[in-house]
Write a new protein. Structure first.
Length: 195
């Protein structure tokens, strides 16, 4: 039986593992969060997601007659398992970590906010159990500012939305942090409505 053990030194660990599976390998080495020497291995959560998310993908990778699961994996468990591995090992999960990163399921700007199905490859809530969250960032649009304000109990007219958008962008750049905390924004909005 052919097996794989690809490190991620060139960022191709997952791609090479999938290519090896397509070529017939059936032992696929991986590790949670890709933790291993040098640049790590293919990440288990990413490999499992790719093989279990859609039956068509499973068939494309492992062959049309492949039936790799005794029981279909519950992908909603992936974020919690990855978080437990992160806490146990001290290896952080970044915002941009695929499948389990803290940015999965977040919306912070324009088109993704207006039409999330256009830019998302899958629905994070249905597939991973992650409820969508709107983040207030330096990339915010007027729609995003109004939506977050509404969640905080404020209805902004066009003029106040423009002021709030300017404040959000200035705040993000002034603090050097992309995400503006909701508590700070709520304080700004309270002052805006008091004036």
């Amino acid at each position: 039986m052919l097996g794989t053990h690809f490190h991620n030194d060139l960022g191709l660990g997952l791609a090479n593992t999938v290519a090896a599976a397509q070529a017939g390998a059936r032992v696929l080495a991986s590790s949670w969060l890709g933790i291993a020497e040098r640049s790590g291995l293919a990440a288990t959560e990413q490999l499992l997601f790719l093989l279990a998310y859609e039956k068509e993908t499973t068939a494309a990778v492992l062959g049309p007659d492949a039936d790799p699961w005794w029981e279909q994996p519950d992908l909603t468990l992936l974020p919690g398992l990855a978080d437990a591995v992160s806490r146990g090992t001290g290896v952080p999960i970044s915002v941009t970590t695929p499948i389990v990163g803290s940015g999965v399921g977040t919306i912070s700007t324009g088109t993704p906010f207006a039409a999330p199905d256009v830019y998302q490859p899958f629905d994070p809530e249905t597939v991973l159990g992650l409820r969508p969250r709107v983040l207030l960032t330096h990339l915010a649009s007027g729609r995003v500012v109004r939506a977050v304000a509404a969640e905080l109990g404020h209805d902004l007219d066009a003029a106040r939305a423009a002021l709030a958008l300017t404040w959000v962008k200035h705040r993000a750049y002034r603090t050097g942090r992309a995400v503006v905390e909701r508590e700070q924004f709520a304080d700004f909005l309270d002052g805006l409505h008091a004036s």
